[in-house]
Design a protein around this ligand. Sequence first.
Ligand SMILES: Cc1cc2nc3c(=O)[nH]c(=O)nc-3n(C[C@H](O)[C@H](O)[C@H](O)COP(=O)(O)OP(=O)(O)OC[C@H]3O[C@@H](n4cnc5c(N)ncnc54)[C@H](O)[C@@H]3O)c2cc1C
Length: 383
Amino acid sequence: METITADVVVVGLGAFGSAALWRLAERGVDVVGIDRFDVGHDLGSSHGLTRLFRVACKEHPGLAPIARRSLELWTALGERYGETYVEQGGCLNVGAPGSSAVAGTVAAAEGAGVPLTHLDHDRFVAAYPQYAASDPTAVAALDPEGGICFPERNVRAHGRAAAEAGARIYPGTRVTEVELVDGGVRVVTPTVTFEAAQAVVAAGAWNGKLLPDLPLTPRRTPLYWFAPKADATESFDIADFPSFVYELPDGSGLWGHGSGDGFHIKIGLWEGAGMFHDTDPDELDRYIHPHRDIDMLAEAVAAAFPQIDPVPVKVIPCMITNSPDEQFLVGRPGGDPRLVVAGGDSGHGFKHAAGIGELLAQITVGETPYTAVDFMDPDRFRA
Ligand SMILES: Cc1cc2nc3c(=O)[nH]c(=O)nc-3n(C[C@H](O)[C@H](O)[C@H](O)COP(=O)(O)OP(=O)(O)OC[C@H]3O[C@@H](n4cnc5c(N)ncnc54)[C@H](O)[C@@H]3O)c2cc1C
């Protein structure tokens, strides 16, 4: 079997891996990138045209610098390729003042110096009449740096920039084993073996297949698009109905954004809503079940936004991969100098992809990371 050598092999070229490949190649590292599918495919976690972009992230205050680094890198790449990788129309965090959507975002914003605009219920509904049916306790905190980003487009741009900087890319190549050997790694595929000093493993929902010690649980989580009712009087264009995270009085929640150039209104349910199920990524059920996959969300959409037709116009399967604390795993498991991992996206990783790629490159080459990474330490769950 052919053997290919490099300094670093990146396994998985989705959101995190393609960004790591790009940032390593930009540093002049001799790097190879491998994906079982192609770059920008729709079979993992990074497809479906758009993702919410937020800087004030209720999930952890340490994420704001990573989102901002993504923005910086994507803006520069957009100038290079004449494409838009982040569209900043703001992100509304909606709920009761003490809800995690509002209080959690406010706390994260304070920690990270993100200037939110606070709207009491009357001002909020006057500015965004699409929320006229919201509970009278609902207020909004607008993250002006928020908006949307574009998974397939951004991942392809990472791949293009990586290739232009000298990375060698092997699409359609499934890694069967990442073997830690004396002085490096052997990355085995059915056709080629790669030998390198280090591997960056960013295989998304498949991370656990290659590194079974990681505490990761892939979960089937479809994507849904909607259209306004024919007699709707409000605009659901993204300019008027920007991206949002909306916690409902019962503690469940919706996220989404309005329609735009080439995409419909997108709305999803938060995790924990009882509609999504853990899955083996190789056995992902790609059939959309008319009731099981739709009814609970349709009911929530009908109640929250009565002017939107609650029957989705399109639904496609996707996966998130949860870690026990729903925070990413980024770093060297067991401090091993041969291995860096990125995973556990827990459904909120895309906006951070370029910034995580930069951290992965820094960790791999031994630079000081541009921001704190301890909260993403892959060893934090060890006894
Ligand atoms: C419904 C839904 C909504 C979401 N909404 C948001 C949002 O609004 N904002 C946000 O920031 N994030 C959001 N996310 C999360 C975001 O999409 C993920 O965090 C991100 O896509 C994860 O990227 P990844 O690199 O971990 O995985 P992926 O992009 O799936 O990359 C993993 C790659 O590894 C490859 N691979 C796997 N196994 C092998 C192997 N053996 N050999 C070679 N290659 C392999 C795969 O083919 C794939 O390309 C959402 C996710 C879902 C499902």
